[in-house]
Design a binder for this molecule. Structure first.
Ligand code: NAP
Length: 304
C-alpha cells in the first residue's frame, strides 16, 4: 500500500499506539513514525524494542513537522496532552485520538487546537487486557472496526486519507455521531466490563473460596470475566467517568433484566429463562456470522 503520511507522531506508547506502529510499518503507510510517552521508563523500553523510528523526550518535539498526530493516552489525559502539543502543531496537520469515549474527548481536545489544524476523533474497536509498550502487535486491528465521529465541516479529503490509514492497518471504518457512539459502546463494551469487574470483585470478597475453589476450579465463565477484569485500571476508570450518562442508562436497563431473571429463578419460570437464553444465543450467532469472532468452541482455546 502507498505511503499516506510523511511523518506520524504517536503520543502515548501503549497497546494501541504500539499496534498502530507495527500495523503502519507492515503496510508502509508512513515515512517516519515518531513516538513519545510521559515516563522515561516507557521511552527507554520503546527505544530498546524498536517501537517507533524515533522516540523523543517531549510531546512538542514529537509533533514537530508531523502530518498526523495520534493521541493514544487515557481518555482523562486527552485534554492536557492536546494543550501540551497544540503550540507545536504544523499547519494543515491532522490530530486524531483513539479514546474509548468520544463526547468527552471532543470537549477536552477541540478547544486547544489552533486554526488550520484538522481534528477527526476515532475509536478502534480492538484491544486486549494487556497494556504498555510491549503489548502492541501488527494484527490487532485486522478485520475489526474503527469508528470515526467527525465534527461538522470536516474536510472530506482529510477524512478520506485518514480512512485509508485505518483500512491499511487492517480495519474496517464507519462513521457515527459522538453521542450515538458513546451509547453503542456503553452496551457493547463499557457495561460488560463493569459487570466483569463486579463478578470478579464478588468472588474476591468470598476470601475463603478465592483462596481455594474459585481459582482452582475456575470454569470458562468466570475465567472469561477475569480476563476482562484484568484490563488497565486507569483506562477503565476514565471510560466510566467520561461516559457517565450512557453507562448509567444501560446499567439501569441491565438491572431491570437481572431482576426479571432473578424472579424467574425464584418462581421456577423455566420458559422465561429458556426463551431468554435462546435469544441471547442468537446474538452470539450474529456476531460470528458478521465475522467478528471465531465459531470454534471456547474461542478456539485449548478447553483445558
Ligand atoms: P496503555 O497501554 O495503558 O498506554 C497508555 C499510554 O498513555 C502510556 O504510554 C502512558 O504513558 C500514557 N499515559 C497514561 N496516563 C497519562 C497521562 N495522565 N498523561 C500522559 N500520558 C499518559 O493504554 P492503551 O490500551 O493503549 O489505551 C490508550 C487509549 O486507547 C485510551 O484512551 C483507551 O481508552 C483507548 N483504547 C483502548 C483499548 C484497549 O482495549 N486497550 C481499545 C480501544 C481504545 P506511560 O507508559 O509513560 O505511563
Amino acid at each position: 500500500m502507498a505511503q499516506l503520511y510523511d511523518r506520524v507522531a504517536l503520543i502515548g506508547l501503549g497497546l494501541i499506539a504500539g499496534s498502530m506502529f507495527h500495523a503502519i510499518k507492515r503496510a508502509g503507510l508512513a515515512g517516519e513514525v515518531v513516538g513519545y510517552a510521559r515516563s522515561a521508563e516507557t521511552r527507554d523500553v520503546a527505544r530498546e524494542i524498536g517501537l517507533c523510528d524515533r522516540v523523543v523526550d517531549s510531546a512538542a518535539e514529537a509533533v514537530e513537522g508531523a502530518d498526523l498526530v495520534m493521541l493514544c493516552v487515557p481518555v482523562g489525559a486527552m485534554g492536557a496532552v492536546a494543550a501540551e502539543v497544540a503550540p507545536a502543531l504544523k499547519q494543515g496537520a491532522l490530530v486524531s485520538d483513539v479514546g474509548s469515549t468520544k463526547v468527552a474527548v471532543i470537549e477536552a481536545v477541540a478547544p486547544h487546537l489552533p486554526e488550520g489544524v484538522h481534528f477527526i476523533p476515532a475509536h478502534p474497536l480492538a484491544g486486549t487486557e494487556q497494556s504498555g509498550p510491549r503489548s502492541g502487535f501488527a494484527e490487532l486491528f485486522d478485520n475489526l472496526w474503527c469508528l470515526f465521529t467527525p465534527l461538522e465541516g470536516t474536510d472530506p479529503d482529510v477524512l478520506a486519507r485518514y480512512k485509508s490509514l485505518w483500512n491499511g492497518m487492517g480495519a474496517n471504518v464507519d462513521e457515527m455521531d459522538a453521542p450515538h457512539h458513546d451509547l453503542v459502546l456503553a452496551v457493547t463494551s463499557h457495561t460488560p466490563h463493569l459487570i466483569a469487574y463486579t463478578m470478579v470483585g464478588v468472588a474476591d470478597d468470598l476470601q475463603r473460596v478465592t483462596d481455594s475453589e474459585v481459582v482452582k476450579y475456575s470454569a470458562a465463565g468466570f475465567r472469561d470475566f477475569t480476563r476482562i477484569a484484568a484490563s488497565d485500571p486507569t483506562m477503565w476508570r476514565d471510560v466510566f467517568l467520561s461516559n457517565k450518562e450512557a453507562t448509567l442508562e444501560i446499567l439501569g436497563r441491565f438491572t431491570e433484566e437481572l431482576f426479571a431473571l432473578q424472579r424467574a429463578i425464584r418462581t421456577g419460570d423455566g420458559d422465561h429463562l429458556h426463551d431468554y437464553f435462546t435469544r441471547t444465543r442468537a446474538v452470539r450467532r450474529g456476531i460470528i456470522d458478521a465475522g467478528q469472532d471465531t465459531d470454534m468452541p471456547n474461542f478456539g482455546r485449548n478447553a483445558k
